[in-house]
Design a binder for this molecule. Structure first.
Ligand SMILES: NC(=O)c1ccc[n+]([C@@H]2O[C@H](COP(=O)([O-])OP(=O)(O)OC[C@H]3O[C@@H](n4cnc5c(N)ncnc54)[C@H](OP(=O)(O)O)[C@@H]3O)[C@@H](O)[C@H]2O)c1
Length: 249
């Protein structure tokens, strides 16, 4: 289902909502954070490196947007105990969670299966698939406490149509599509809406790594696409459940 890229963010439309974004320090995650904070949401910015999270935090605060919360966590090595601690911290500070955006991902490498580095395969599956599973499992109780919650998995076209050489990245995105569908059916009778979104190509490090010969300036900026996420976290996202969304138009 196509979701329009052009969305006009209204000041304070997400005021009072608490939304966790993974990979919030740069790329699409930072653009999403900026727009959610511009719309008044309190963003829990999860990232693996505190220094780069702090740098991103300053940009959000300097712009005059809602002050975010920083949460350093390496999704590759995070343990169930660390996810429990995250649940406890969010519960203590907010008592609920209104949105969870699984954005962090790595490309791994572009390589035929025959030559794919096995350690990199495991890392990619861990960050792109197993971490979103664990994060979701530990945060469902808090999403259940919100009146109208969202879980959004940032996917990609390689997760909807298999393509040669995309290796663990493509496989992880296919699995995320399946996981999202499973979860949306399990949570069908709750207040939690679960969907995937393919944002399309953007000028980010991940895209540059996948297409090193491409002139990256021809691609849209992440900030061209992130306002639509505000819509999905707000009222217009309420109608979608178990959908494979795609930004376009
Ligand atoms: N760019 C595109 O054209 C495009 C197209 C379709 C879909 N997408 C999807 O959009 C999402 C964002 O991608 P992007 O293009 O913005 O990529 P990006 O610029 O490479 O950013 C990836 C983000 O994930 C974080 N991350 C990676 N490993 C992590 C770990 N172990 N623990 C915590 N955070 C980690 C990175 O943090 P560090 O700074 O610490 O590395 C960074 O914040 C991804 O899900 C991607 O699949 C992108």
């Amino acid at each position: 289902m196509i979701v329009s890229t052009s969305y006009e963010v209204v000041a304070d439309e997400l005021k009072g909502r608490v939304i966790l974004v993974t990979g919030a320090n740069r790329g699409f995650g930072l653009a999403i954070t900026n727009d959610l904070a511009r719309a008044g949401a309190t963003v829990i910015m999860l990232g693996r490196d505190l220094g780069s999270l702090e740098y991103a935090y300053d940009a959000v605060v300097d712009a005059g947007f809602e002050e975010p919360i920083l949460y350093p966590l390496d999704l590759e090595g995070a343990t169930p105990e660390q996810y429990q601690e995250l649940q406890d911290n969010v519960e203590k500070q907010f008592g609920r969670l209104d949105g969870l955006i699984h954005n962090a991902a790595i490309l791994g490498t572009m390589m035929p299966v025959e030559q794919y580095d096995i350690k990199l395969w495991y890392s990619t599956i861990q960050i792109n698939l197993s971490a979103p599973f664990m994060l979701t499992q530990f945060l469902i109780p808090l999403l259940n406490k919100a009146d109208d919650a969202r879980v959004l998995f940032i996917s990609a076209e390689q997760g909807r149509e298999a393509k040669a050489y995309w290796g663990a990245y493509g496989v992880s995105k296919h699995a995320i599509e399946g996981f999202s569908k499973t979860l949306s059916e399990e949570l069908e009778k709750t207040n939690i809406k679960v969907n995937t979104l393919d944002p399309g190509k953007m000028q980010t490090e991940l895209r540059r790594a996948a297409y090193p010969a491409e002139d990256s300036s021809i691609n849209p900026l992440p900030s061209d696409k992130s306002p639509a996420i505000v819509g999905l976290m707000g009222l217009s996202g309420k109608t979608f459940q178990g959908q494979q969304l795609q930004l376009g138009g």
